[in-house]
Design a protein. Structure first.
Length: 176
């Protein structure tokens, strides 16, 4: 398809502050854009975005969706229907994005999207403010963890010798 211009990988996640903290550590910076209060985006490479929809009660495995950016989502949907590929209705987030979802024959979640306005990328100052807020939250957690030697049982624990990383605590990795 010569009209594809970008790619998003959308996954559901939990509490916004926890998601912001974890992925800021993963990428070494805050999100590039946050078009909604419960939606964070990191640009992985030019035209490729990881999108995190936060606030879900049951985030976890098998919830990823890959969407392809197109110049005209209505045209892409029409083409899919003409090719007899079942595709959902176009959903619009005013002034942000229009998208339509479909799946392949194996159940993989796919879709098309069209930006309705340019992404508002966070400025350096906004990212720095996010990082200050994240550090303040972490400082508060560090004080709480000092009283509890177990630490955060949701994260992998690294043994002193660095040989094996295991999951401890009540939340199995399959439920992350």
């Amino acid at each position: 398809m010569h009209d594809l211009t970008g790619l998003t990988i959308a996954i559901n996640a939990g509490d916004t502050a926890d998601v912001l903290d974890f992925y800021s550590r993963v990428f070494g910076r805050g999100p590039d854009t946050a078009p909604l209060d419960d939606f964070l985006e990191w640009q992985i490479s030019p035209g490729t975005w990881l999108q995190l929809s936060t606030g879900h009660d049951r985030p976890g495995a098998n919830n990823a969706r890959v969407r392809f950016e197109v110049g005209d989502v209505e045209e892409a949907v029409t083409r899919m229907r003409q090719a007899q590929v079942p595709v959902g209705e176009v959903v619009r987030v005013p002034d942000v994005v229009a998208f339509a979802n479909f799946s392949d024959h194996w159940g993989n979640a796919l879709g098309f999207y069209q930006l309705l306005s340019p992404r508002k990328l966070l400025t350096r100052e906004e990212r720095e403010q996010q990082e200050r807020e994240r550090q303040a939250r972490l400082a508060g957690q560090d004080e709480d963890e000092a009283a509890s030697p177990e630490g955060d049982d949701r994260l992998p624990q690294v043994p002193g010798d660095g040989s094996v990383i295991g999951i401890t605590g009540p939340t199995p990795a399959s439920e992350w």
